[in-house]
Design a protein around this ligand. Structure first.
Ligand code: ASP
Length: 338
């Protein structure tokens, strides 16, 4: 019999209204079960592991990603798939981090949550939970249909490290602007296997060390030298440069000098676009040619979430800086197209 482990970390899906403050607070898994009697009718075996404490996902961090990866490793051979219930706010970060941490994954790890608590009449939580379980349990020729870390929300399944939360109110809260969806739920569950990662041939293993000493420099017209230097001269090991369009920035001499100094001080700088869709193309315009020449890396079409977690992961491995730079520009878990 197929066995699925539900890992409950928290999020709106399981929250209830605190009568004293009127705010939403995380609550136990039992009330989720009570609200979805359908769980008892599924023809596979469910087990539940609740995190303690359960969290609003704004409090997620690399230590908890590590706990998740270690739990999956411990239970890897016992279960056919894993469904992680998670707040939607940082779900894409956790999904991207796990996609790097869980190497040679041959089983589904599906993250889901909801915009309304499961106890509310109009909730989206039941559909999200039940279909995420169905996806985690689906097999083809005896093997997992989706052997990768994914995010399921509002009838669509996304590659985890390609997903972004792009709406805080609509049920359709997630999208994946630079990669096709992996599956769609309608009357049938349609899987698009051309876009799903193949079953790996090597042994499953996890990586759990991170270096999160990363700064972010988001471009805007009128940005001052003072503001730029606050990042480029800080003690961070890497900088994510959120540029305009296809990777462009101002060409002001002081700005180029700031970046050049940071590079000479061995900081890794990765250029990703403020646009959700499309890719960085260094050298396409004069306004990005200098960046390319000084050794700024192209993040191509990576999401911000994937860029940050990939840097944390690669820098945490203690690799030589040139090796980190090389790996940042190639896909290691389906996170970019170059
Ligand atoms: N603040 C909540 C969280 O991320 C939002 C949600 O779950 O949708 O935990």
């Amino acid at each position: 019999m197929t066995k699925i482990l539900i890992i409950y970390t928290g999020g709106t899906i399981g929250m209830v209204n605190d009568s004293k403050t009127g705010t939403l607070i995380p609550f136990d898994f039992e009330q989720i079960e009570n609200n979805v009697p359908e769980l008892a009718r599924l023809d596979y075996q469910l087990s539940v592991h609740s995190f303690d404490p359960i969290l609003d996902s704004s409090n997620m961090n690399p230590e908890i990603w590590t706990e998740l990866a270690e739990l999956i490793k411990e239970k890897y051979h016992e279960f056919d798939g894993f469904v992680i219930l998670h707040g939607s706010d940082t779900m894409s970060y956790t999904a991207a981090a796990l996609s790097f941490m869980l190497q040679n994954l041959a089983k589904p790890v599906v993250l889901t949550g909801s915009q309304l608590p499961i106890g509310e009449i109009r909730t989206d939580a039941k559909e999200n939970l039940i279909t995420a379980l169905e996806i985690a349990a689906t097999k083809k020729d005896g093997k997992a249909m989706v052997p990768e870390v994914s995010v399921y929300f509002d009838f669509q399944l996304f590659r985890g490290n390609r997903s972004i939360k792009n709406d805080s109110e609509k049920f359709e809260a997630f999208s994946s602007p630079n990669y096709p969806i992996l599956a769609e739920a309608g009357v049938n569950l349609d899987f698009f296997s051309n876009y799903i990662l193949p079953i790996p041939t090597e042994e499953f293993q996890i990586h759990t060390t991170f270096n999160s000493n990363i700064g972010v420099l988001k471009m805007y017209p009128g940005i001052t030298e003072n503001a730029v230097r606050a990042i480029t001269e800080s003690k961070v090991d890497a900088i994510v440069l959120e540029s305009f369009g296809s990777g462009n920035t101002t060409t002001a001499d002081w700005f180029i000098a700031c970046l050049q100094e940071a590079i000479l001080n061995d900081k890794i700088i990765v250029d990703i676009s403020q646009c959700n869709g499309g890719s960085v193309q260094l050298g396409k315009y004069e306004t990005s040619r200098k960046l390319q020449k000084m050794g700024i890396l192209s993040g191509y079409d990576m999401t911000f979430e994937a860029t940050v977690t990939k840097l944390m992961y690669l820098m945490g491995k203690g690799l030589a800086i040139d090796e980190i730079k090389k790996l940042m520009e190639v896909p290691i878990a389906g996170e970019l197209t170059n």
